[in-house]
Design a protein around this ligand. Structure first.
Ligand code: 5GP
Ligand code: 5GP
Ligand code: 5GP
Length: 208
């Protein structure tokens, strides 16, 4: 049995590149609201311990309630789109993220503020803008992982974690970017521990 509000040390703010989710083994379905923009989408805001582990599913009594985020709904659809199949309206993804991860940060953020914090962090990071300005574009070409890291570090002030997956031709490709965030979910910090990335030294940035 888990206690209701577990402490944690920081958040991973995780953004996913839709092109890499969609051309990997599990493929994807567009949300009912339409094909997402060719931009990073939010995956989640995940409480973590600085030792590398994390709490999850902290409060079974705290269910996702879409009425609490009704003012954020159009922004969630745009910035936090679901790509899993079968095609749905996103409610399943947000429910999963709230119940698995958000409930472990309830000592800091209620449901509305949790989702709002994710949206604000995405704007603040503005990753696609930073990358394209540096000539790193989603054009199916390969880029040095070091260059991607350096560009994001210069833009946000902090080194990111980068996770890759493989497309059907087994190319290593840019899948998710992890930024570390303080427990109030308002500012980026140096990562106390980096996620393991499984990237080759050169990775493809797939079209979407
Ligand atoms: P995977 O096995 O794909 O790396 O991760 C599966 C799930 O485990 C993720 O969707 C996420 O919910 C959780 N997870 C993986 N790594 C981390 C982590 O470093 N921190 C937290 N909080 N959750 C993680
Ligand atoms: P990995 O091999 O990526 O370290 O972990 C594989 C899976 O083990 C993760 O996707 C996650 O589901 C689980 N896992 C690993 N470490 C932790 C942890 O500290 N806490 C929890 N809740 N799950 C973990
Ligand atoms: P995690 O447990 O790693 O936080 O989230 C992964 C879960 O969210 C999986 O069960 C997956 O099916 C679901 N999911 C729904 N939409 C998406 C999406 O767009 N990207 C990812 N990575 N997972 C999604």
């Amino acid at each position: 049995v888990q206690s209701v509000a577990q402490d944690f040390d920081f958040f991973y703010f995780v953004l996913q590149w839709p092109g890499a989710y969609c051309d990997s083994r599990h493929s994807c379905c567009y949300p009912k609201t339409g094909k997402p923009a060719a931009d990073f989408g939010i995956h989640g805001l995940w409480p973590n311990y600085k030792t590398g582990g994390w709490p999850q599913n902290c409060n079974p009594d705290s269910q996702f309630d879409d009425l609490r985020v009704s003012d954020l709904m159009s922004e969630l659809q745009r910035e936090w789109p679901t790509l899993s199949c079968p095609s749905n309206d996103g409610m399943k993804f947000w429910t999963h993220e709230w119940e698995k991860h958000g409930t472990c940060a309830e000592s800091e953020l209620d449901q509305h503020d949790y989702f709002e914090a994710g949206l604000k962090l995405k704007q603040k990071a503005n990753l696609l803008h930073a990358l394209t300005n540096a000539g790193i574009k989603p054009d199916d070409k390969f880029y040095e992982i070091k260059e991607i890291e350096k560009t994001i570090k210069e833009a946000t002030g902090f080194a990111p974690g980068i996770e890759c997956n493989k497309d059907s031709s087994h190319n290593s490709q840019l899948y998710q970017i992890y930024l570390c965030v303080d427990t109030s979910a308002s500012k980026f910090i140096n990562c106390p521990v980096m996620p393991h990335g499984r990237c080759d030294s050169r990775v493809q940035f797939p079209k979407f």
